[in-house]
Design a protein around this ligand. Structure first.
Ligand code: COA
Length: 176
């Protein structure tokens, strides 16, 4: 289902794409390294729709694209989701944030295909572990991450302020 091969030549804002296509007909995880103005505006808008005020904005997206890892999930020409990733001080570890699938595309397996494809690509880049935070009440997120091999490694009480608790979750990149 997911052979992780590169399927896309670098185009405007696109560095590489890992094919994570399944029966749904072709989701690709594409890393963006530069963000032309129209693409920046588009991704900022999609982030706001899915994540509200916690979405990365136009000041953060180019920084992550240049110095971290910024991915979009593409279905044909459509961007249907995104995720941003930074390297941790602990060698081999990455931290992922702002992972989403756009509302109109949810419930069709794209979240799982995108996350599995990202794990495979990050493993191929030589990283060992992917960490993230997860809101305990986010039932879709809990199922998605559990189905992709993540486990709770810590509790983070009041992580984003009073009563905004999070789990710290992690998955080995050796096992997809
Ligand atoms: C979480 C999110 C990425 C899931 O995307 P998706 O494309 O709908 O996910 P999938 O269709 O691949 O489903 C993945 C799993 O979640 C389950 N799921 C999907 N939507 C669900 C919902 N509303 N309630 C409960 N479970 C749900 C699916 O049944 C599937 O579980 P299974 O593999 O055990 O059957 C999407 O809802 C989203 O972007 N939410 C807002 C941002 C967010 O919460 N990000 C993740 C945490 S930071």
């Amino acid at each position: 289902m997911n052979d992780g091969k590169l399927v896309q030549e670098p185009g405007p804002g696109v560095a590489a794409g890992a094919d994570v296509s399944g029966q749904d007909g072709g989701l690709a995880a594409c890393r963006l390294t530069i963000l032309p103005a129209s693409l920046l505006e588009e991704i900022e808008k999609y982030g706001l729709e899915s994540l509200g005020r916690s979405a990365p904005n136009r000041w953060m997206l180019p920084v992550i694209a240049s110095w971290g890892l910024l991915y979009v999930a593409r279905l044909g020409a459509d961007i249907v989701g995104s995720a941003q990733i930074i390297r941790c001080l602990q060698k081999g570890d990455l931290f992922m944030d702002a992972f989403y699938i756009r509302p109109d595309y949810r419930g069709a397996g794209h979240g799982k295909a995108f996350l599995s494809g990202l794990k495979k690509e990050l493993a191929e880049l030589g990283f060992q572990r992917l960490l993230a935070t997860l809101e305990p009440e986010n039932s879709a997120g809990v199922r998605l991450y559990a189905g992709c091999g993540f486990e709770i490694v810590d509790n983070l009480p009041d992580y984003y302020g009073k009563e905004r608790h999070r789990f710290l979750i992690a998955s080995s990149l050796a096992v997809i």
